[in-house]
Design a protein around this ligand. Sequence first.
Ligand code: TYM
Length: 338
Amino acid sequence: MDTPIEKKKVMLSGIKPTGDLTLGSYLGAVKNWVERADLYDNYYFMADLHALTTRNNPADLRRRTLEQLAQYVACGLDPQKNVLFIQSHVPAHAELGWILNCYTMFGELSRMTQFKDKSAKNADNINGGLFTYPALMAADILLYQPDYVPVGEDQKQHVELTRDVANRFNNLYGETFRMPEPFIPKVGARVMDLLDPHSKMSKSDEVGNGRVCLMDDPADIMRKFKRAVTDCDCTCCIRYAPEEKPGVANLMSIYAAVTGKSFAEIEAEFEGKGYGAFKPAVGEAVVETLRPIREEAQRIMKDKGYLEALCREGAERASYVAEKTLRKVRKKVGLVAK
Ligand code: TYM
C-alpha cells in the first residue's frame, strides 16, 4: 500500500522595496525563511504595491524590486523550491485587497501602530493607501492560505488583524480562509538602529550610519559598527541588559543571530574586554555573513535574462494559487462569474 504523502505546511511573507534591504530585514526575515525552506511550501514576494504608500523615485523602485529578488536568491532561497514573485505581477492581490477593505473596520485600521508612526513621520503624505495598507497585507497573506507568516516583531499586529478579518469573513460566508499564525524569530526579531538603539533599523528612513545594508561594502560595515552607540556605564562590560544597556543588547543580539552563540557565551567571550574589542568583533562577524550574499546578488543583477525568467515563472506559479482563492471569494461575496 502507498504511504500517504504528507502535505507540507505553507509559509508566506514579503518585504517592501522602499529601501535597500538591511541587516534588520535579513535577520528579522530572510535568514529565517532560508533556514526553513525545506520544511514548508514557501511564497516570498517583493511588496511593490505597498511601497507606493510612500513617494519613490520610479527608477529606484524598479531597481530595488529586482535587486531584492536577486538578494532573496543570493541569501539562499532556491527559486525552484520557493515561489518568488513581484506582488504587482499577480493582480489578484489588488483585487482581494479591495474586497477585504470592505471587511476591515475603520476603528481597526486606526489602531495600527505602524499607521500612527508613519503618519507622524510623513505628515505631508498621509494617503489612503497608508491607512488601508493592512487590508492589502491581509489579501497578500490569505490568497495563499498559509499556515505561518514569518515576520519581525513590528509586523505582528498586521498579521493579527489579518486573522480578525479572515475570521469575520469565514463567519459570514463559511470556511474560506485558513487562519495564519505569525512566526517571530527568537533572536533578530527587532534589530535596532546602531546610532539610536530605541528605534528599529529601517530601510526607509533617511540614509544613516545607524543602518547596515546587505549591499554595503565591508569597510562601510566596519565603520558603522565601530561608531555604534554603546552605553555609558563605568564598567564598559558586555552584559545583556536591554533596559539598562540597549546599545550593547542590540549588538549582542546581532552577534548572537549571525554566529549562533547564546548571550551567556558572548558574555564569557568578552569578559574583561571592553567595547573596543566587542564592536569590531560584531562588525567582522556581520561582514563575513554578508560578503557571499553581496557578491552573489551582484552577479545575479548582471544576468537580466535570468532575472526576467525568475519574475515570469514566479508570477505564473503564484497566480495559479492566488486565482483559486480569489474565485472562491468572488463567488461568496456575490460577484458574477467571469
Ligand atoms: P517591511 O518591508 O517593513 O519589513 C520586511 C520584514 O523585515 C522585518 N524587519 C525587521 N526585523 C527585525 N528588525 C528590524 N529592524 C526589521 N526591519 C524590518 C519586518 O518585520 C518584516 O517581516 N508590511 C510588510 C510587508 C508585507 C508583508 C505582507 C509581510 C506586505 N505584505 C504579507 C508579510 C506578509 C512590511 O512593511 O515589512
